[in-house]
Write a protein that binds this ligand. Structure first.
Ligand SMILES: N[C@@H](CCC(=O)N[C@@H](CS)C(=O)NCC(=O)O)C(=O)O
Length: 239
């Protein structure tokens, strides 16, 4: 069968911004695997009703069903080890180190991105999903989106969170070395999420083209025939 990647869609079917689904998309592109992209709404999970998951991405292929972005990396390495650009993760030692990148990304950096784009994100989400999404996240954060969305606070978090990335990318082009792999996709998922839903830059009012992190983001945008750069943004599609 053609592999199918179930992913979140926004108010327009062309708006595909989920950071976790982007990880899976990039991992499939890395392996040179063409998948069918199947959309899902937060409030209609029937497309993934065949499995236990309540979240996307979900990948279904000849080898089974994988229900989490990180598990999709592992699944692809297990079943398509040498396809495309080779391993996403590598050996057990590499995986143990990658776990740190995942935790750092989701627990430190992601919060900054979320506080930067929360209100724009709600506008990018499908109208049927807005109330569900906003109330679930407001409960999780213990504050309204109007309070949570704070560009100054967000940039403070991101300035700190970006320091280790800049330190690394000052001496190598990708987080995984000379070429991109799982660590790059784990982190970049959040950059492309913010880029698709919002015009607010994570770097401040002006971006410094000599910043190694800005340069890395541009390289990531260009990967696989510019798939991230070509992805429609909310600002390009009228409400
Ligand atoms: N651990 C999961 C997280 C996936 C996740 O949270 N996906 C969101 C979309 S960005 C989702 O499907 N949420 C469904 C919901 O909140 O009901 C992964 O990395 O794949």
């Amino acid at each position: 069968m053609t592999p199918v990647l179930y992913e979140l869609r926004g108010r327009d079917d062309r708006l595909r911004f989920s950071p976790f689904c982007w990880r899976a998309r990039l991992a499939l592109a890395h392996k040179g695997i063409k998948a069918e992209l199947a959309p899902m709404l937060f409030t209609d999970k029937s497309p993934i009703g065949f499995c236990e998951s309540t979240t996307v991405p979900v990948l279904k292929d000849d080898f089974g069903v994988s229900m989490d972005s990180y598990d999709i990396f592992k699944h692809l390495d297990e079943h398509y080890p040498n396809a495309g650009d080779g391993p996403l993760i590598g050996d057990a030692l590499a995986q143990a180190r990658l776990n740190f990148v995942k935790v750092y990304t989701e627990q430190v950096m992601a919060v900054g991105f979320f506080r930067l784009v929360a209100l724009d994100l709600v506008q990018a989400i499908h109208p049927d999903d807005r109330e569900y999404f906003q109330s679930a996240r407001e409960e999780r954060f213990g504050m309204s989106f109007e309070e949570f969305n704070n560009v100054e606070v967000a940039r403070g978090i991101l300035d700190n969170a970006f320091k280790p990335l800049r330190g690394l990318l000052g001496s190598q082009p990708f987080m995984d070395g000379d070429a991109p792999a799982a660590a790059d996709y784990l982190v970049f998922g959040f950059f492309i999420w913010a880029h698709i839903v919002s015009e607010t830059s994570p770097f401040g009012e002006t971006e410094d083209a000599s910043d190694p992190l800005v340069q890395w983001r541009e390289r990531m945008m260009d990967l696989y025939d510019g798939m991230a750069r070509k992805s429609p943004r909310a600002c390009d599609i009228p409400q």
